[in-house]
Design a binder for this molecule. Structure first.
Ligand code: DC
Length: 242
């Protein structure tokens, strides 16, 4: 089987990482959660910057420190994956609303995006990769063999996010979570640098009314038919040229 790159983009809280992880596990591929990378930069800023984010952002400070933000992923028993920031496990710390909001703000900065995109492209050099984010099919891997664009209604995404935060022991207010989902959608789709948009050749999956199992079935069907097509085709390079 020829190894491919699967680029999964979509709005926040529409289940990209769940489906990406499951697909990577089934295919025996690497999985990279690029949102976690922007969240790491945000956490680094929240912990180390000499300014508060709501009091004005000093981009020059971050420019001087961006190379000190070293992100890696560590496989855990049972196949789960944790995000490390400078060698420290920050998987729980990066999943809060505060870090999510800061990540949304910081991910609009051009030099931050360029630093992350360069690392992401290096991770896909040998293919066999499922990567999820906002700009994977449009900017990071515009030649990815398979692009999926996931979407669901804002209300349903807010409800899912609300349940997820409660499961993690947090005490969210639904209206705050809903407002946050809408704010993030706006920022993700309106920023000047690599706004979230569907690649022309992406397959769109609206999972508002699909169970996880139904969605996974659909994704696997699309993945296997893409692989079958590629296996018959002469047009394939085992390395991704950036
Ligand atoms: O998917 P997430 O909620 O973990 O992402 C956190 C923030 O990072 C989100 O506001 C959008 C941003 N992001 C991005 O700009 N580009 C990516 N490839 C991934 C995430």
């Amino acid at each position: 089987m020829k190894k491919i790159i699967v680029a999964i983009d979509g709005y926040s809280s529409c289940g990209k990482s769940t489906i990406a992880k499951a697909l990577a596990q089934t295919a025996g591929y690497k999985y990279v959660d690029t949102g976690a990378m922007y969240r790491c930069v945000a956490l680094y800023v929240l912990r180390n910057a000499p300014f508060r984010l709501d009091e004005g952002f000093d981009e020059e400070w971050l420019r001087a420190h961006i190379d000190d933000v070293r992100i890696s992923f560590a496989l855990q028993p049972y196949g789960t994956q944790h995000t490390l920031l400078n060698g420290q496990d920050v998987e729980c710390d990066i999943r809060t609303l505060e870090v999510g909001n800061a990540a949304s703000q910081i991910s609009t900065i051009g030099f931050v995006r360029r630093a992350m995109v360069a690392q992401q492209q290096a991770m896909g050099a040998d293919k066999g990769l499922v990567m999820d984010g906002r700009d994977i099919g449009t900017v990071v891997f515009p030649r990815a063999e398979l692009k999926l664009f996931l979407t669901a209604s804002p209300e349903i995404r807010a409800q899912r996010r609300f349940e997820e935060l409660k499961e993690k022991g947090q005490n969210p207010d639904f209206n705050d979570v809903f407002a946050d989902v809408k704010d993030r959608d706006y920022r993700d789709t309106h920023r000047a640098e690599s706004p979230l948009k569907q690649a022309d050749d992406a397959v769109v999956i609206d999972n508002s009314h699909l169970t996880r199992e139904e969605q996974m079935e659909e994704v696997l069907r699309i993945f296997h038919s893409k692989q079958a097509l590629l296996d018959q085709s002469a047009e394939y390079s085992p390395r991704e040229e950036s």
